[in-house]
Design a protein around this ligand. Structure first.
Ligand SMILES: NC(=O)c1ccc[n+]([C@@H]2O[C@H](COP(=O)([O-])OP(=O)(O)OC[C@H]3O[C@@H](n4cnc5c(N)ncnc54)[C@H](OP(=O)(O)O)[C@@H]3O)[C@@H](O)[C@H]2O)c1
Length: 271
């Protein structure tokens, strides 16, 4: 690990080299960090293009002497991935970071399985390959320093996002999940519902309708695994889905009540 006054270049190993892992690796490589990756599928060709060393074998990946191991696999695969991790091959205390879009679930699971000497930083970059394609300035980055003893490595990792201009937001994993159920999960649910309705641009779009089409398109770019993970592994999501259904019923009822009044000749229309 080479050092400078405030941050160091790190050796970062990425587990799960799908769309989001690839996206993050580009900026990390650009900043001078050394990136290795492993994944269920063989992404070795693409990795070479990105300047990332790819290991097909998890044991070799763990032996690669990383400062940081960053979990970037799907939410649904976390318990399976964690079971396949050969912690005994780690050569020194390592900072584990996860970037999953739910936070209590990885925190609890990782605290159960990580070696005592390994640090844990739970994070959620609140952006993706689309919203972050023109840079990360002013985009939100949530983090919870769950178990940190090596301050230098942790702050160098956080600096990757801070130095790109992200808005760094420290909070607990539980606080994150509560808010994300009302924001991100709701956004994805409405986007998916709009997709089920096959909404498309029309020649007479309003600007507001265009935002709905954009919402549908951007949520459908994320995998269904990701969306299901937001629901299955965030304990607050089920209630928000119920709230959404109840709200839709309320709106519908208000419209029906008004329709009945309008159509009932015994009720005055001057209200
Ligand atoms: N996309 C975003 O905008 C965004 C933003 C913030 C956080 N995140 C989080 O980042 C993570 C990755 O997201 P993503 O967009 O790349 O898509 P994703 O569909 O959530 O995850 C894809 C990744 O999970 C791996 N994976 C899936 N099933 C697996 C299994 N059964 N065993 C082992 N690995 C498995 C895939 O490996 P292979 O590619 O090798 O098949 C791939 O690396 C997720 O936890 C997501 O919540 C995503």
């Amino acid at each position: 690990m080479s050092s400078s006054s405030s941050s160091r270049t790190l050796k970062i190993g990425i587990i799960g080299f799908g769309p989001f892992g690839q996206f993050l690796s580009k900026t990390m490589v650009k900043q001078g960090h050394t990136i290795t990756a492993t994944s269920r599928s063989d992404h070795s060709h693409l990795s070479t293009d990105l300047g990332v060393s790819f290991y097909r074998d998890m044991d070799e990946f763990f032996e690669a002497d990383n400062d940081v191991i960053m979990l970037c696999n799907s939410i649904l695969s976390l318990s399976q991935v964690v079971k396949s991790m050969p912690f005994h091959l780690l050569k020194h205390p390592t900072l584990f970071v996860d970037v999953l879009s739910v936070k209590e679930h990885p925190k609890q699971l990782l605290l159960e399985v990580l070696p005592q000497e390994s640090d844990l930083l739970c994070t959620h970059p609140m952006f993706g390959p689309e919203s972050g394609k023109d840079g990360w300035k002013d985009l939100n980055f949530m983090y919870d320093r769950v178990r940190i003893r090596d301050e230098a490595v942790c702050s160098s990792f956080l600096q990757i996002f801070g130095s790109e201009g992200c808005k760094m937001l420290e909070m607990t994993c539980e606080e994150h999940d509560k808010m994300a159920a009302r924001s991100q999960f709701l956004t994805h649910t409405i986007g998916r519902a709009l997709s089920e309705m096959n909404i498309e641009s029309t020649p007479i779009d309003t600007k507001t309708f265009q935002t709905l089409v954009n919402l549908k398109e951007s949520t459908m770019r994320d995998s269904f695994d990701l969306f299901s993970g937001l629901f299955i592994h965030n304990k607050f999501a089920q209630q928000e889905l119920k709230n959404l259904e109840a709200a839709l019923d309320k709106v519908k009822q208000k419209l029906l009540d008004r329709t009945n009044k309008e159509l009932d000749p015994s009720v005055s229309n001057n209200r």
